[in-house]
Design a protein around this ligand. Structure first.
Ligand code: ZN
Length: 169
């Protein structure tokens, strides 16, 4: 297992739509282990492969529900319901939190490391983490969920930060 450096806002890999895994082989198992170790080291509650520079549809999460770390491989959102505003952050956008509205409940299908189809359903942190990580695998970031005016301000701030620029006026 290895801890990888995290890719942050401005890195094009975060906007890359990841490729589904065609076969669960040793490389997928290693990727899941490395993602898990990197997630706990950060520490975070979820991590997608493109956040460590790997454009494959693999993520891990630990919704702090006693189930430990679990893998998402080629996950698909099959049902959502309701709406919930939650103060959300992202390891790739460190130091920032926004109130973000997303569905409250989600049902997701995924493969596990044996290649079997599994289903995750839930609300609260579990639902939020599933939506957030699956967004990463589609090249999305949490700021995409913000309403237009808030997003504009957030993007301006993040671009300045990514370039190491100082606002001078
Ligand atoms: Zn994130």
């Amino acid at each position: 297992m290895a801890i990888f450096p995290l890719r942050t806002f401005g890195d094009p890999v975060l906007r890359t739509v990841t490729t589904p895994v065609s076969e669960i082989d040793a490389s997928v198992e290693k990727l899941v282990n490395d993602l898990t170790e990197t997630m706990y080291d950060a520490p975070g509650v979820g991590l997608a492969a493109n956040q460590i520079g790997v454009a494959r549809a693999v993520a891990v999460f630990d919704a702090q529900d006693g189930e430990g770390a679990r893998a998402l491989i080629n996950p698909e959102i099959v049902e959502t319901d309701g709406e919930w505003v939650y103060e959300e952050g992202c390891l790739s956008v460190p130091g920032h939190f926004w109130s973000i509205s997303r569905p409250a409940f989600v049902r997701v299908t995924s493969l596990d490391l044996n290649g079997a189809q599994v289903e995750y359903t839930g609300d609260g942190l579990l639902g939020r983490v599933l939506l957030h990580e699956i967004g990463h695998l589609k090249g999305e970031l949490l700021i995409d969920q913000l309403e237009k005016s808030v997003r504009k301000t957030a993007l301006r701030e993040l671009r300045l930060e990514a370039l190491g620029l100082v606002e001078y006026e």
